[in-house]
Design a protein around this ligand. Structure first.
Ligand code: PRP
Ligand code: URA
Length: 209
């Protein structure tokens, strides 16, 4: 599929298997999501442009590579996005953060927005939107609509699991936004859950039901 990268590194796949297991504890689930976020972050930032800057080591002056341009923005779709966000910030601690509060109405599967706070200058910054689950893609599509309304013009979407239906819907709605995921699962069930999936990511992270 165009514009969709499945990051199939063995460490990610191994950790994801443990996350899928319903016997995995909340603490284990959270820790693994953070660890996988490190590995996915590595992949989604692989092609960032570098520039040479002057520094002094204890031995001499040199020109050394540093990431070019404005600070990255990570946009977390609440709640479950925060699990990926924490791991991303471990690797890019200076990134700016947007929070997009959204939950799926269980009957309609439409997103209900309850919070939005983002840096004011989104234009010409790389914005990486994070949410572990891309199911119908209603939430991700709405979140990105909102970011584009605020001027965002360079966006990537990072998730842990995707349904083929969600990938199709998302890439149709936002063909300019590359998707990075650790897996594209089999299908969505009649309740809009990813199969075989891992259940409700937010509930498994926070011990809610
Ligand atoms: C989950 C998930 C996504 C959304 C995916 O969030 O974290 O945001 O569902 O489903 P979709 O692709 O069909 O929109 P949820 O609504 O359960 O909220 P939560 O993170 O607060 O638990
Ligand atoms: N949201 C989740 O947390 N899990 C799914 O399988 C679908 C949407």
């Amino acid at each position: 599929m165009n514009n969709v990268t499945v990051v199939d590194h063995p460490l990610i796949q191994h950790k994801l298997t443990i996350m899928r297991n319903k016997e995995t504890s909340i603490a284990g689930f959270r820790r693994l999501l953070r660890e996988i976020a490190h590995l996915l972050c590595y992949e989604v930032t692989r092609d960032l442009e570098l520039e040479m800057i002057p520094i002094e080591t204890p031995m001499s002056e040199m020109m050394a590579p540093a990431i070019k341009g404005k600070k990255l923005v990570f946009a977390s779709i609440l709640r479950a996005g925060n699990g990926l966000l924490e791991g991303m910030l471990d690797l890019v601690p200076a990134a700016r953060v947007a929070h997009i509060g959204m939950y799926r109405d269980h009957a309609t599967l439409e997103p209900v927005e309850y919070y939005f706070k983002a840096p004011s200058n989104l234009q010409d910054r790389l914005i990486i939107v994070v949410d572990p689950m891309l199911a119908t893609a209603n939430s991700a599509t709405a979140a990105i609509d909102k970011l584009k309304e605020r001027g965002a013009n360079n966006i990537r979407f990072l998730c842990l699991l995707a349904a083929p239906e969600g990938v199709a819907r998302f890439t149709e709605a936002h063909p300019d936004v590359p998707v990075f995921t650790a897996s594209i699962d089999s299908h969505l069930n009649e309740l809009g859950y990813i199969m075989p999936g891992l259940g409700d990511a937010g509930d498994r992270m926070y011990g809610t039901k």
